[in-house]
Every structure is written in C-alpha cells, then in structure tokens.
Write a protein that binds this ligand. Structure first.
Ligand SMILES: [Zn+2]
Ligand SMILES: [Zn+2]
Length: 315
C-alpha cells in the first residue's frame, strides 16, 4: 500500500468520536457518583456539556487533557451543573497557549458569568465568548465544515437549554482508488477532503470517485426538564440520546412536580423521537444503586444503557 498505517491514522476523520460521562448524580455528589459533566472530542477539539463541581478531577482521572476544552455547553446555571467552571477556566488559563473558551448557555448567562468570574480572586487569562440561547424551535448555534451544534429551550425551574451535536456526513478516501487517480498524500489530498474535488493533470477528480461516504452522527443531550415538546424536537432521529432520568417510575409524580424526567419520560422521548440508543444519567441520590433504573429503562426502551461515572461511549 502506498499510504502507511500511520498516515491513515493521521486522518482525523477516521477516528470515531469518543465521549466520557464524568458524573451521573443529580444535585449532590455521592461516594460513587459525581455531578453532571460530559466530555467529548471531535478532531482534537474538546467540548464539555455542563461542568459540575469536581469535573476537573474526574477529567484528570479519565486521562483527559483539560486544556483541550474549547466549548462548554451549559444547560442551566443550577450549581450541580456549573460549580466546576471557575476552576476549569483557571486551569485553561494556566495551560493553554492562547486560551479561549466559548460558553453556550440559556438567557442570562452573560450576567451569571460576570459574577462567577468575580466570585474568587484570580487573574483571568482566558478570552471568554458567551453565547446566550433563547429559542422555542431547534436552532443551530454553531456550524463549521465538520459539525453542528443545535439548541432549544426546555422547561425546568430556571431557564434551561437542551443541545444536540451533529457530525456531518463525510467522505473517507479509499487508498487504492486515490492512487489510481494519481493522488498522493499532500496538498492535493487535502484539497480533495476540504473542497470535495481537486485537479490532477487537468482532470477534475471528485471526492465521490475515490472515497466512501461515512454517515454522520447525532448525539442529543437533554438535562433538567419536565417532559415537553422541545425534548422530542431536539432528539429527533438521534443516534444517541443522553437524557437525564432523575427518578424511577414510582417517583414519577415527584419528577413532574420538580420538573425532571423519570425513566418512563426518557423512554417515551427516545421512542417517539426515533432515537437509536438511549443513555440515562443524572440520578437522584436516593438510589444507592441503579438496578431498578436499569430494569425499568431496558423494559421500556430495549436499546438503553445506564451511565456510570467515567463511562466511555464510542460512536
Ligand atoms: Zn441537575
Ligand atoms: Zn437543575
């Protein structure tokens, strides 16, 4: 083969997306469960969904380089979802070369961030961009050639946003086919990947001629909400839905009252939104283990998983 294994590994698009659940507890950390934080990475860019207290430590235990984080998607400003943010900003400020962070969050995020950055004494070296989200329909809040982030307001006791992360369809170059067309690693290959075509000896080669289509992926994140239409909208056709499921069915009434989801709610969303796989998390500390949650969720939606701290999910 003209292209070495090393070269193929260097094409980032061939690596599957990895996601780590850093904490699975609601409200307070327990002996076995930290509060909410999910890390995922795409082509070397790190992203966090919420950053509860202790998230940095969990990242450290999981072997995640914290200064890779470039985007933080905040669902809402309840302490169990954001108390680790100041510490993370300090770490990024110390470690990254040109530290910059974009924080997405619900309406009011700019004001909360203003106070948060003054809540302890430190010199902030990180350039922080804050994007406030307030939308009743699914809206794209970030997009580049590779991926897209969408958001929608959900219904919790404070302004709260659900997100999805969509990796776009992409073409993976077929080694033998590319060689037949005279395309070697280098600028021509780069152009082919970037622009979808390149010219060799006056002949235009399209990416479809030498590549196979790799279907994109959609991951939806629903945290802290009562069951409502936006949950179904944001999760529609997701390959993976990561949903809070704070309560078992026996406490469903309580779930509705405090604007949270039960196992039944999470399963209903997954079923009606045509989700492929469901992962539940954000469990009330009243449940010492997750056996009942697991039984309930797999009865209701067979392709379900129950998250545990430091769980890795490959997509
Ligand atoms: Zn919560
Ligand atoms: Zn909350």
């Amino acid at each position: 083969l003209p292209f070495s294994e090393t070269f193929l590994k260097a094409i980032p698009s061939l690596k599957p997306m990895k996601l780590t659940v850093l904490g699975t507890s609601s409200m307070v950390p327990t002996k076995d469960r930290n509060v909410t934080g999910i890390y995922f990475e795409h082509k070397g860019e790190g992203m966090l969904l919420d950053c509860g207290e202790g998230t940095q430590r969990q990242m450290s235990i999981a072997g995640i380089n914290r200064i890779k984080v470039k985007k933080v998607l905040i669902t809402h400003w309840h302490g169990d979802h954001v108390s680790g943010l100041v510490g993370l900003i300090q770490t990024i400020g110390h470690g990254a070369e040109e530290p910059e962070l974009t924080i997405y969050g619900p309406k009011g995020s700019k004001e909360v961030m203003y106070h948060l950055l003054r809540s302890c004494i430190f010199y902030n070296k990180v350039k922080i961009n804050i994007e406030e989200i307030d939308t009743k329909t699914v809206k794209t809040v970030f997009e580049n050639n590779d991926y897209q982030i969408q958001a929608i307001n959900v219904q919790h006791s404070v302004p709260c946003v659900a997100y999805n992360f969509i990796i776009k369809d992409q073409y993976n170059i077929n080694v033998a086919k590319a060689e037949k067309h005279g395309i070697k690693p280098g600028p021509k290959m780069g152009e082919l990947q970037r622009k979808g075509k390149t010219t060799i000896n006056g002949k235009t080669i399209k990416v479809e001629d030498v590549a196979t289509l790799k279907k994109g992926k959609k991951v939806a994140f629903i945290f802290d909400t009562r069951i409502c239409k936006p949950c179904f909208d944001i999760a529609e056709d997701a390959d993976l839905l990561i949903s809070e499921s704070s309560f078992e069915q026996q406490h469903a009434e309580r779930a509705a009252k405090v604007k949270h989801l039960s196992t039944k709610d999470a399963a209903d969303i997954a079923t009606q939104a045509n989700v492929k796989q469901l992962l539940i998390t954000h469990f009330s500390q009243r449940y010492k283990d997750t056996q009942t949650l697991k039984k309930e969720i797999t009865d209701l939606f067979p392709n379900s998983l129950v998250a545990f701290d430091l769980m890795n999910v490959k997509l």
